[in-house]
Write a protein that binds this ligand. Sequence first.
Ligand SMILES: Nc1ncnc2c1ncn2[C@@H]1O[C@H](COP(=O)(O)OP(=O)(O)OP(=O)(O)O)[C@@H](O)[C@H]1O
Ligand SMILES: [Mg+2]
Length: 317
Amino acid sequence: MIQVEHLTKRYGPNTAVQDLSFQVAPGEILGLLGPNGAGKTTTLRVLAGFLPATEGKVQVAGFDVFEQPMEVKRRIGYLPELPPLYPEMSVEGYLGFVARLKRLPPRQVPGRIDAVLEQCSLGEVQHRLLGRLSKGYRQRVGLAQVLIHDPPVLILDEPTAGLDPRQILEVRQLIKSLGGSRTIILSTHILPEVSATCGRVVIINRGQVVAVDTPENLSRRRTGAERLLVRIDGPADQVKEALGAVPGVAAVQEEISDGVTGWQVEGPGDLGPALAREVVQRGWGLRELRPLTLSLEDIFIELTTAEPSAEGEEVAA
Ligand SMILES: Nc1ncnc2c1ncn2[C@@H]1O[C@H](COP(=O)(O)OP(=O)(O)OP(=O)(O)O)[C@@H](O)[C@H]1O
Ligand SMILES: [Mg+2]
């Protein structure tokens, strides 16, 4: 549904996005995750047709964003980082205004306004002026205007930014409920956001893709090596040696948590069966054997910890 191929965007001498490639399948919710200044907004603005790319190709719903921008705009709903809301307009009036901008047939407009007011729980403020709304409600109006023409593709730049925890949950739920029938790409620098809403994540750092995977796989993976935690009833001195001698084991480390001694075993490949066999053969009791995973936070930090780039350029935070 969305195809990004070798997208590069430079602002003068600064490269904001470099050789970015990824795809979003129909019905998928994809999270674009990265620290401040990583290039999320830039990427989404290019996808939405609001910013020309320096190099590369972007297709949305089968149309080239640069060659057929109107075809693309008709099929997307774009929530910018700072939605432009006119303070003197009422919620209802603004949604009608956007509906006309999107060239909705006039007789469909009232029905669509009611539908999005309902979808975004805006019924009770529909007559209020935008300038008098709280941040959370303004963000919901932003989402409502995204949905007004019922587009198949949603491009959402930090949809939960500035919301309180309850509103964040509500907006996440709303986004999830919109997935399935729609294709959604959203940006965030908040990790729980992607686990909560996205089926797949593209992590970018300094304008480049550093990982593409499901949130689950991301927290499972760790630079090729597998780490297991083993708890054994047996003589500690012999256990360490025996574990270290199992083929494939590269390191064994004692780990004590909650007063219980365990062993962290690390090595390439699937070590579980061989470790279990060794323990059983020696007649010890195997209390626990489980893979150790890194948290998504650990992975994110690992992948996006900034190192000075080769050119020595600084990326603004
Ligand atoms: N209009 C512009 N002119 C020049 N440089 C820009 C412009 N917009 C963004 N940049 C630069 O491009 C890089 C990427 O910015 P971008 O806004 O895409 O990041 P982001 O991932 O959305 O960050 P944030 O999490 O803070 O919203 C940054 O180094 C930024 O300073
Ligand atoms: Mg941004």
